[in-house]
Design a binder for this molecule. Structure first.
Ligand SMILES: Cc1cc2nc3c(=O)[nH]c(=O)nc-3n(C[C@H](O)[C@H](O)[C@H](O)COP(=O)(O)OP(=O)(O)OC[C@H]3O[C@@H](n4cnc5c(N)ncnc54)[C@H](O)[C@@H]3O)c2cc1C
Length: 354
């Protein structure tokens, strides 16, 4: 049964639909705004679509407490407009047209300011989820982040909808930065990596330090007096959003990233590394490039996941199973016992099965 986008989805109805699908073993695909690209393995066979676009209410916004509670289908752009009217923002989310709060959280798309503001998951104070077998689960607290047992908000953020449908979240907000500025430098990767590391050590809380093969971009946020060009850099526009038909997201210890970037540049890959964070997006055209970069990431103590791309690049999206695989499978079974949700997007889903 497909739930129509646009009609308000009652969460009790959502529980009923998922419970019935779980009992019948019918696969379900959760759809937000549809802007999140292709991730995980290609799934075969029919899946019912559950659209979250009807879950579109802003439930509360407490400007004095810097928190807002919204339903998961709220478009990120609309939320940002509502918050901006109060001089506030959900800092992590420069919005891509069409994206919803639930989609962004399910993809854990922290955005380019993670160096300063932390990961997207840390902005979630409370979450309400409908599990694969139709239970309504609420976790976290609206004001204090107190956790006993599993931290369910952190578990669900980045789980690609494999654990449940996010229906509501309470988000920690930030005052809207009044002024920000970008600075750039051009040159060779190794010297730019050194410059980026020098900026990171010498400037208090840069918002982001983005390193590409031949450019370094730094964003600073603060009062005008603090927005001075770092040594060796000049004011510029924000860099273009990094994108490619095939995208690999690398995660390594932050200290290992400059060296990895130099190695990627030597092999003439296009990439954008977030210095100080340890993540890096790389453009890939085929599996051999994927496997070469993944081997580099593993050698550096990390991993590389295909986060967008055509089916053939996603025949092995994750690489070797991570430590803790058994726990992940147990959690998946606890949230979605019949394994019906977003088939192909959980690392433990059987390969090539319907
Ligand atoms: C590497 C990378 C970096 C990105 N960085 C950013 C960024 O900085 N800022 C930005 O705005 N966007 C970023 N994006 C895009 C981001 O992924 C999308 O904006 C967002 O996921 C799309 O939201 P959507 O509602 O269109 O989701 P969809 O495309 O509809 O869905 C995306 C995924 O989320 C699941 N999903 C959707 N809603 C829910 C829900 N309520 N509960 C559970 N699962 C759900 C879907 O099943 C699907 O698996 C990035 C994408 C990539 C690949």
């Amino acid at each position: 049964m497909d739930l129509d986008p646009g009609t308000h989805v009652d969460r009790v109805e959502l529980c009923r639909v998922l419970r019935a699908a779980s009992i019948a073993g019918r696969h379900v695909r959760i759809a937000g705004g549809g802007s999140g690209g292709h991730r995980g393995r290609r799934s075969h066979g029919h899946a019912d679509i559950v659209s979250t676009l009807g879950l579109d209410r802003t439930i509360s916004h407490e400007p004095a407490d810097l928190v807002a509670t919204v339903e998961a289908g709220v478009p990120v752009a609309r939320l940002q407009d509502e918050l901006a009217a109060h001089g506030q923002t959900w800092i992590h989310a420069p919005s891509i047209p069409g994206s919803t709060v639930g989609g962004l959280l399910s993809r854990a798309a922290s955005g380019h300011r993670r160096l300063r503001y932390g990961a997207l998951r840390d902005s979630v104070l409370q979450i309400v989820v409908v599990t694969g077998d139709g239970r309504l689960v609420s976790a976290g607290g609206k004001t204090v982040k107190g956790v006993a047992g599993y931290d369910i908000p952190r578990l669900v953020v980045g789980s690609n909808g494999a654990l449940g449908v996010i229906v509501e979240v309470t988000l920690k907000l930030w005052p809207m930065p009044r002024t920000s500025a970008w600075f750039t430098a051009r040159g060779g990767t190794a010297e730019l990596a050194d410059l980026g590391e020098a900026v990171r050590r010498s400037i208090h809380q840069p918002a982001s330090i983005l390193l590409g093969p031949d450019r370094l971009d730094v964003e600073l946020i603060g009062p005008d007096a603090d927005l001075l060009a770092p040594a060796g850099m000049t004011p510029d526009q924000a860099p273009p959003v990094f994108g490619a038909a095939g995208l690999l997201e690398i995660g390594v210890p932050a200290a290992a990233l400059p060296d990895l970037a130099v190695r990627l540049a030597r092999r003439e890959y296009a990439f954008q590394a977030q210095l100080g964070v340890g993540t890096c997006l790389a453009a890939i055209d085929d599996r051999s490039q994927r496997d070469e970069i993944r081997a580099m990431a593993i050698t550096a103590g990390g991993h590389a996941v295909v986060v967008d791309g055509p089916d053939d690049l996603r025949d092995d999206p994750w690489g070797p199973p991570p430590a803790g695989m058994e726990i992940m499978c147990r959690l998946k079974a606890a949230f979605d016992p019949a394994g019906i949700l977003n088939r192909g997007q959980f690392i433990g889903d059987p390969v090539g099965t319907r």
